[in-house]
Design a protein around this ligand. Sequence first.
Ligand SMILES: Cc1cc2nc3c(=O)[nH]c(=O)nc-3n(C[C@H](O)[C@H](O)[C@H](O)COP(=O)(O)O)c2cc1C
Length: 153
Amino acid sequence: MKPLREVMRHVPSNVAVVTALHDGVPVGMTVGSFTSASLDPPLVSFFAGKCSTTWPLIEAAGKFCVNVLSAHQPQVATAFASRDVDRFGGRGWTPSPLGSPLLDGVLAWLDCELHALHEVGDHVAVAGMVHGAHAIGDAKPLVFFRGELAALE
Ligand SMILES: Cc1cc2nc3c(=O)[nH]c(=O)nc-3n(C[C@H](O)[C@H](O)[C@H](O)COP(=O)(O)O)c2cc1C
């Protein structure tokens, strides 16, 4: 069997930035593991690596916004996956109704409260209760496929 990482490169994923306000400071991380989990109650999910330094800050905030990136935002995905950069520097955002950072120009956003956590190997499966879900216009999504960020054609 080929190593899992090599095979999963061929499975396209959406790209989202999960944001929170931690002690008044905006934090966020890029994820490719965002998915809908339950309709009733409305739950969404993503996986956070146990080595992530941002995830514990989001967990402490107890709520988060999932910002689904649009095709013209590959630089946003890269910034929020990089260490030693000012991820929010020069980027516009406004507080969501629950108070988490809502990034300008996203395709869709979901305002969530932390609902449940499950350890899954070297990641934590995070379930969020959705308090608000919005899709904006007809913009195309950003996808991650074979190691590259690209617009969906
Ligand atoms: C396209 C893409 C998808 C990613 N998906 C995830 C993910 O689902 N879960 C995760 O923990 N990290 C994911 N990462 C990596 C994190 O964005 C990155 O490791 C992390 O933000 C590093 O900084 P941190 O220590 O602040 O977490 C992804 C990165 C990229 C570029």
